[in-house]
Design a protein around this ligand. Structure first.
Ligand SMILES: [Ca+2]
Ligand SMILES: [Ca+2]
Length: 330
């Protein structure tokens, strides 16, 4: 009871939970039902939309062959995440986006549909502290996530203002869209005639045909002594040495990571999947599985840029390090 009162009190003064989710916040019903494939009458022979060169930039997919695969691991790093045991899964042939969905692609969708993201309706989202000015950090110091003080809930933050209300996406159109909820991701993929991947599809794609490897390219983090993904170097959360070249997101075509031509499938931004975190989840909204880790991950505290790693957020959660890519049936 005391804990319950403390949680209510924390909410009243603006704190939220360490998963960055606005998971106690009521929102309007998602718009998913209204969104349809925008080219349903003009698909090519493979079911893809004909596109202008502008639209098709970073909108390629790879065919992932179906079959029996192993996902998960018998040597988990985060037991509570249910990374183990290793599981046999059977999947069918499907297509997977080679790239995380970019701001440019998401902008095409919004311009065509006038879609308003859940984050925009709610009016704020979570920004990592280093992207805010000293003045902003002072102004929002009471709106930090209590158990993760580096996250600030900032008004006016959304996909078009990813680092707070004074930021924009003009110089980062080819970076991944962020501050999109699971419902927003579902709506976008439906518009492209696609869907979110299942966790099994995502992980099979991540592994690139390799068995029991940590990363899409193998088990060594930096083969050939070069960076293979956008994560955190240095001491978290105060000293990002940016040895990989990026403090925040990087362009969606920055790191090609496996034989399926997947870019940034680990690192850069977390990616929503279609799976429930717990099939018996009776919460409204429920938690969904996200995969791949982000530019904020470091081995010391968030070693989740491995293919087997997983985490969760409620469907209406959004943050500056959470995006997605789409899948498609044959
Ligand atoms: Ca980095
Ligand atoms: Ca990613």
């Amino acid at each position: 009871m005391i804990l319950y009162i403390l949680i209510i009190a924390a909410n009243l003064v603006g704190f939220s939970y360490p998963d960055c989710g606005c998971n106690k916040l009521n929102r309007d019903a998602p718009q998913v039902d209204k969104i349809e494939n925008h080219c349903s009458k003009s698909k090519d022979e493979n079911g893809f939309c004909p596109q202008s060169s502008e639209e098709s930039k970073f909108n390629d997919m790879s065919l992932i062959p179906g079959g029996q695969y192993q996902i998960g691991t018998n040597t988990p790093h985060f037991v509570a995440d249910n990374e183990s045991p290793e599981l046999d899964v059977q999947i069918k042939d499907f297509y997977m986006d080679k790239y995380e969905v970019s701001n440019r692609r998401f902008r095409e969708f919004v311009e065509a549909t006038n879609y308003v993201t859940e984050t925009e309706k709610f009016g704020d989202s979570f920004v990592f502290k280093s992207f805010l000015s000293k003045k902003m950090r002072e102004e929002y110091k009471d709106f930090r996530v209590a158990s993760a003080l580096w996250w600030y809930k900032v008004k006016g933050t959304d996909w078009q203002h990813p680092y707070g209300p004074e930021s924009d996406i003009n110089g980062i159109l080819d970076h991944p869209v962020v501050h999109v909820t699971w419902n927003d991701a579902v709506a976008f993929c439906a518009w492209e005639g696609k869907r979110l991947p299942t966790e099994a599809e995502w992980e099979v794609t991540c592994r690139g045909g390799k068995k029991r490897k940590l990363f899409p390219w193998g088990s060594k983090l930096m083969p050939k002594d070069r960076h293979w993904l956008n994560i955190w170097q240095g001491e978290f959360p105060d000293d990002n040495t940016k040895e990989d070249g990026y403090e925040g997101t990087c362009p969606v075509d920055s790191y090609k990571q496996n034989i399926f031509d997947m870019y940034n499938i680990v690192g850069n931004v977390w990616e929503w999947t279609s799976d429930l975190w717990d099939e018996n989840d009776k919460n409204n909204p429920p938690n969904r599985v996200k995969k791949g880790g982000s530019y904020l991950c470091h081995e010391s505290y968030c070693y989740r840029y491995r293919c087997a790693a997983r985490s969760q957020n409620t469907e209406d959660s959004s943050a500056g390090n959470l995006g997605f890519r789409c899948a498609k049936n044959l």
